[in-house]
Design a protein around this ligand. Sequence first.
Ligand code: GLN
Length: 481
Amino acid sequence: MELCDCTAAELSTMLRKGEVSSKEITESVLKRIDEKEKELNAYITVTRDKALSQAEIADKRFNKKQKVSLLNGIPIALKDNLCTKSILTTCGSKILENYIPPYDATAVNKVFQEGAVLIGKTNLDEFGMGSSTENSAFGPTRNPINIAFVAGGSSGGSAAAVAAGETILALGTDTGGSVRMPAAYCGVVGIKPTYGRVSRYGLISYASSLDQIGALGRTVEDCAILLNAICGYDKYDSTSAKIEKPNFLDSLKKNIKGLKIGLPKEYFIEGLDLQIKDKILKAVKLFEENGAVIIDISLPHTKYAISAYYLIAPAEASSNLARYDGVKYGLRATENITDSLRMYEETRNLGFGKEVKRRIILGTYVLSAGYYDAYYLKAQKVRTLIKNDFDQSFEKVDVIITPVTPTPPFRLGEKIADPLKMYLMDVYTVSLNMAGLPGMSLNCGMIDGLPVGFQIIGKPFDEEMVLRVGHAYELFVGRGA
Ligand code: GLN
């Protein structure tokens, strides 16, 4: 096994003992990128020089015997919608193809403070809109397990990079499943924390009431290490929560005896691939055999989740994306332009891809005077009902287990021409964003050689329980230490 295939926890121990240097780890990751990146396209930018200089600084901290974080010297990749000072940040869009932010996002700043080494910025569906990373202006990312298949999306670059050893850890963002879904498709772990747990300052907005930064790694423990770094109140984000941050690694030490796990019947009905269902029920059985209590629950408004999400998310997107007008950032159309209105129009026409335009039109429509009550307001009411369903269920259970996706990974090009089919991939993930809940996706086996995930959903701000249950599963199946 090469260094780039180890977990962050293993590498951190080796670094502490002086058995390896951050430079060696970083070089191992960069070598893997040289070998694989041409076929995977997980990165939009590889920050080779920055990585090597950050690795050198991290090594100096060890040499000077300074007290350092578990992240010191560990390679990390960042989704390219997280602002990085002086480093290209494109959002996977032509409209930001030359945008260089003047500041670091808070989450980025925090991982740098702890000594993580930036490997590069990862590919994504344009502005996070998609479920396969095929909507990137920089070409699709391929699944490292089988390159004929998609990596999932929209954080497909981050998930593929972790799975392929092109990084050790990664940050993604999740508006309707974009951390959990690609994690499931690439066979890694991905956690979306509670809305408000991580500052969104410097995360380029897609749908602000749903967006949340999340962690991807090879194990639950690695995700806990990364969450420890990025969570916490931030005065620059008024929606970040003033709530105490636990040590997420402590939650891994507790077992799951007597814990109550809810299985919502609406998540296991027609439409779910039978082999996925089978794998998830096997995982549930393992929990039961190890002392958990399985309880059938109902989340009756689940069937409205996709419709409500695809009204709310485009509505917010249409407002957030109004700022790209060729004046303040990125691309500006100039050819044959005589007046400013034409400049705005042509910049947006050239700069935005098809899916982004579709969502701007949809969002503008549902927010327009005559339709606001019928669509947007109605969707917001449904959102409350979905949240109430979860609140009621969490009076009876500690966590809820569901699928992440209705089907295993699909082939590149298979769904791209049919947006509705693509939207349906999000059926099990969007409800958590609408309710603001934490959720983690974890591998539970393979179907036809491709990974399948299951989802663990927690109460608001109870990431500890989600991690505890996920880590217990890894121990049952002999993954994780
Ligand atoms: N697939 C969903 C969408 O396209 C979710 C994307 C995300 O979480 N960023 O909106």
